[in-house]
Design a protein around this ligand. Structure first.
Ligand code: IPM
Ligand code: MG
Length: 356
């Protein structure tokens, strides 16, 4: 199989973790006889520095033409310190999601049995947790009008959802639920927000097409509590853009490290794969970042965009093996981890490539 992959390393630890994922993809290509062509593009703070824009036209074009996109991370604390900055690295990612219509963001949260101890949550609570979060990605408060007025003394962000936008992402969640445990938690704030009332109504209407799936509507505040209290009750979670952003960071605590979690952003034509973590600029260039979230994202790409299930499984198995053998990056090492088992970003990538 011959496929072109747009590679957008981005900022902070992005380039390092993406390099390892590309390495692993090359080992897959070699082992299984495929040809992957990698074409690199600029995005985020690096792109602003070089071109003045967080998403240069060229990157957008490259992403449109590719069979799939692999992204690292975006962000630079320089911009966080200046909340007034008009041009920000994150705009690059948001524009890419919007331009390619990547409306559904799939974030699987799983816990490796060997890593139960690194989670701050109690073992028995998180054992066998396996959740698929489906986050709406191109609507809501992220994309409504943001403005300052009153001479800067007032501000507003508008949250808009249409029935169509909710239906198309909800269908994806229902489809996952019918292939999994047939229970869908739809998270909203329908006791306060109009968008959430529409959300609840739309999901309820759609549920008639999926009689095999039980739907549980839950308020987002309750859900954030239940996620750490009793995460096993969840199988597929469906939620809007901002709630999904927050709940998936929270859910990553279950897995022990946000560095382990992959994601796929899909639309009707294009697909982008990225770890759920950010740019973690403080760790950039230190060879300490965990590349597994990005490598698992590459596995999701093989499975979802190229239907290469066996190849994706090979990556997942290699990761399981590395974890089984006790190898890990620094942030998930416990008190009892032997020093020689703590590996760098690059060494984890090398090990996985070799195993494959
Ligand atoms: C994420 C990130 C992004 C988001 C940022 C970088 C804009 O936090 O993918 O979860 O908020 O969607
Ligand atoms: Mg986030």
């Amino acid at each position: 199989m011959k496929k072109t992959i747009a590679v957008l390393p981005g900022d902070g630890i992005g380039p390092e973790v993406v390099r390892q994922a590309v390495k692993v993809l090359k080992s897959v290509a070699y082992k299984f006889g495929h040809e992957f062509i990698f074409r690199e593009g600029l995005i985020g703070a690096g792109a602003i520095q070089k071109t003045g824009r967080p998403l240069p036209e060229e990157t957008l074009k490259l992403s449109r033409q590719a069979d799939a996109i692999l992204l690292g991370a975006i962000g630079d604390p320089k911009y966080d310190k200046d909340p007034q900055a008009k041009i920000r690295p994150e705009q690059g990612l948001l524009k890419l999601r919007k331009s390619l219509n990547l409306f559904a963001n799939l974030r699987p949260v799983k816990i490796y049995p060997q890593l139960l101890n690194i989670s701050p949550l109690k073992n028995e609570r998180i054992k066998k947790v396996d959740i698929m979060v489906v986050r709406e990605l191109t609507g809501g408060i992220y994309f409504g009008q943001h403005r300052r007025y009153d001479g800067g003394y007032s501000a507003s962000d508008l949250s808009v959802y249409t029935k169509n936008e909710i239906t198309r992402v909800a269908k994806i969640a229902f489809n996952h639920a019918s292939r999994r445990k047939k229970i869908l938690h739809s998270i909203d704030k329908a006791n306060v927000l109009a968008t959430s009332c529409l959300w609840r109504e739309t999901v309820s209407d759609l549920s008639e097409d999926y009689p095999e799936v039980e739907v549980v509507h839950m308020f987002v505040d309750t859900a954030s509590m239940q996620l750490v209290k009793n995460p096993r009750q969840f199988d597929v979670i469906l939620t809007e853009n901002m709630f999904g952003d927050i709940l998936t960071d929270e859910a990553s605590v279950i897995a022990g490290s946000i560095g382990l979690l992959p994601s796929a952003s899909i639309g009707d034509k294009h697909a982008l794969y990225e770890p759920i973590h950010g740019a973690f600029n403080k760790a950039a260039g230190k060879n300490i970042a965990n590349p597994i979230g990005t490598i698992l994202s590459a596995a999701m790409m093989l499975k979802m965009s190229f239907q290469l299930d066996m190849e994706a499984r090979a990556i997942e198995r290699a990761i399981e093996k590395v974890i089984d053998c006790g190898f890990c990056t620094k942030e998930i090492a416990g008190e009892n981890t032997e020093a020689e088992k703590i590996l760098g970003t690059k060494e984890i990538g090398n090990l996985l490539a070799k195993l494959i």
